[in-house]
Design a protein around this ligand. Sequence first.
Ligand code: G6P
Length: 608
Amino acid sequence: MCGIVGYSGQKNSLMILLDGLRRLEYRGYDSSGIAIKDNDKIYNRKAVGEIKELEAKIGDKQIEGNVGIAHTRWATHGTPTEANAHPHCDCQGKIWLVHNGIIENHQKLKKQLQKEGHKFSSETDTEVVAHLIEKYYQGDLAQALKKSLHDIEGAYSFVAFHKDEPSRLVAVKKGSPLVLGLAEDGVIVASDVTAIIKQTRDVIYLEDEEIVDINGSNFDIFNLANEYKKKKAMYVDWSIEQLEKNGYPHFMLKEICGQPETVTDSLRGRLVAEEGNVKLGGLDNIAKELNDMKDLISVACGTAYYACLVGEYMLEEYADLSTKSIVGSEFRYRKYCFNKNSVILGVSQSGETADTLTAIKEANKKYITTLGIVNVVSSSVARATTAGIYNHIGPEIAVASTKAFTSQLVTLSLLTVYLGRIRNMSFPMGQRIVQELEKLQEKISKVLENEEKIAGIAKKYYQVPNFAFLGRKYNYPIALEGALKLKEISYIHAEGFAGGEIKHGSLALIDKNFPSIFLVPEDSVYEKNLGNIQEIKARGGNVIAITTEGNKEVAGIVDEVIYIPKTLEMLTPILSVIPLQLFAYHMAVIKGKDVDKPRNLAKSVTVE
Ligand code: G6P
């Protein structure tokens, strides 16, 4: 993995492929490569590092060729080297392919192919497939690829071409995303719609085990049983501006500062204040299942998982619903006591995270109703779930998730009102939540006014190697998310704790060199939090506090204070996380880190 672009059409493919790769940069990668059919030759270049290194290798060379493939790689098998970068080819340099995913039985296949005389030039699992296709090739690339799939175990999306089949590109997917873009001049195939929308907005999402056979502007889609599939294109309404920085130095800052608007986008058309309720059209088809639901199990990874933890507090307190959250990678391997009235909720910005998707598929096998909270329309999680709620916040580009997180919290609060109102939630309670949701845009804007102050705090603390993040109840998951943000982009060690838990061991870490960031809004656990702050101060620890506007008490005890406006307790996380996002951002900027593309990480992890 990580990013795939392929093109076959009337235009010169080089610029289309490079533009696609640049648009996929946000996903994180460590090397890249390109292969283009240039008359009867193959033009191939690879580079370690950023796309500009690849561009430097290509230089001013005029490359003809209307068919090509390109890839950004995020190392899984083999270090980031030119040899390991995609595209990979067979022994004769005729079959070229790019791949996302993992071939689980690659070692066994490689040994077998080596015995049969194939010579390998990389350490990757991907190269095995180029040689497998070579083994089965009898003049028809699609048929050879199909035969190879019988031998392969794992998750994949491939795009391949053969030197002797002039304008043909063949692609297939299973467990890793692939989208076709239908432009006037040709067909572009990519792992992510962001790589396509400059060329066209008409796209087709491929399903698992569908093969697309592209010839210039024509294409056919088949399944493994050779049955022809007729698929309708859908229109993507993301704008190019949404994909650009619009004057911000980094996508992450643009996305943090855009939260007043994105939160509003997630609420648009969904609040019905006069009924103390919300409208969620995406849930209509499972109204009965939601009525009968006895418990909800949320599944997600990373930041989305922390959103689910906040959701647990919301749904239990206001919707009287037993809820638990499980990280996607654990779901399959634990035994859970589901019943026929359980519902599984997958939360995922990209809708492509393999661990989350696998959990949803596992639930589908058990005939459990599945729901999704997803940003990317028609992504794999959206398609695999029975019903769902879209975030509607446009593309999130920075690897560290920010606007998707606040939108997930907003969406979970909408779900809380929806489920609460079909259970015990009163009309006035529903109305209060709805009215508070309406005020979020203005309140988030107020929190963002603290940016300069937060940048100043980051300047004071940027050399500190460890941080503790603490909070209770609704703000406990926010402590976990604050620590994750700092780790992800500034590479500073940070741990999140439940405020009351630190005294059971981790307090031993605290001294004057180990500061804490404490979430202490005026809520139902405020007094208890004050007690924990005193414990830290008594051990010489510095404390940066996030508290409610107008509060004087906290300021009297701690070293730095950041204020957030008052809101309902269940909605405080939507405000309190923003100073932590800004803090992580400014720490990373001062330390000179690559904010949008942190080392070792990928935006959407499509392998388990
Ligand atoms: C990756 C990203 C995280 C993200 C997680 C879940 O690990 O680096 O920022 O929170 O995936 O992503 P999803 O798209 O499923 O929300």
